[in-house]
Every structure is written in structure tokens, then in C-alpha cells.
Design a protein around this ligand. Sequence first.
Ligand code: ADP
Length: 140
Amino acid sequence: MALERTFSIIKPDATKRNLTGAIVKKFEDAGLRVVASKRIHLTMAQAGEFYKVHAERPFYGELCEFMASAPIVAQVLEGENAIAKNREVMGATNPADAAAGTIRAEFAESVGENSVHGSDAPETAAEEIAYFFSGLELVG
Ligand code: ADP
């Protein structure tokens, strides 16, 4: 299979607890390569735009406040089957349901403050990468 790229966020609960390196190690151990990375502090408007697909959900306001509460690390990960592989390494949305050894099982604090985001399909991966990075910033 050809190399694929996916978009990842290390969320505020994890950056606050100094878990960036531990989470990147999980990606690298799974065969994913970091081809772009930046630490940024989202505004409420930027967080709202990123998660606009959830705008009608009851947790949308809380989610945007959380995402704008501290820095995040936005990354592009590359590898074979990267989108599915990243979702596997992340674990289920709710850490209570996440398989042992996954990022969310080990690090997430709750269903909302769950340490990582990862694209769920090729179309969203392309959109999310383009929202955060220019082509010049992707270095394979
Ligand atoms: P995933 O991040 O696993 O793709 P979703 O797309 O369903 O999950 O949700 C996006 C994000 O919204 C989750 O990662 C989590 O931070 C937050 N979220 C999802 N469900 C809830 C909930 N029931 N309560 C609070 N926050 C939630």
C-alpha cells in the first residue's frame, strides 16, 4: 500500500501534563513518521471552526473551550495505512472503552479530555492538514 498521511492533534490535557514526547513515541513505535509538527494555542474561533462538524452536539461549547484552554501540538503523520493505524494507536473516544496500550487508555482523562485527535477518513485528513499546514511545511 502507498504511503498515506493523516492529521493529528495532541490536545491541551496532554500538553499541560508534558506528555507530548510520550505520545509521539507511540506514533513512531507504530511506524508513523512525523512529517510536520507545530505547537500552537488555538483561539475559540479557530477551535470552533476546526470542530464545526460537531456544532449541533451538546458538548460543542465545552469542546471548543477545552481545545482553546492551552497549547496543542498539530502534526501530520505519514505511513502505510496511516489514517486507520493512527486511530488504532489512539484508541476509542471514551478512555473507558479504549484498548490496553492505546494512547487514550494510558493518558486520557475523560471522554472530552482524551489527549489526541486523529482524522477519520482521507477527505477529512486532507481538509484538516490544509487547515493547519501549507505544503511547504510537510517534509517527508
Ligand atoms: P474522535 O475524536 O474519537 O474522532 P468524535 O469525533 O466522536 O471522536 O468527537 C470529537 C471529540 O469531541 C472527542 O475526541 C472528544 O474530545 C469530544 N467528545 C466526544 N463525545 C463527547 C462527549 N460525550 N462529551 C464530551 N466531549 C465529547
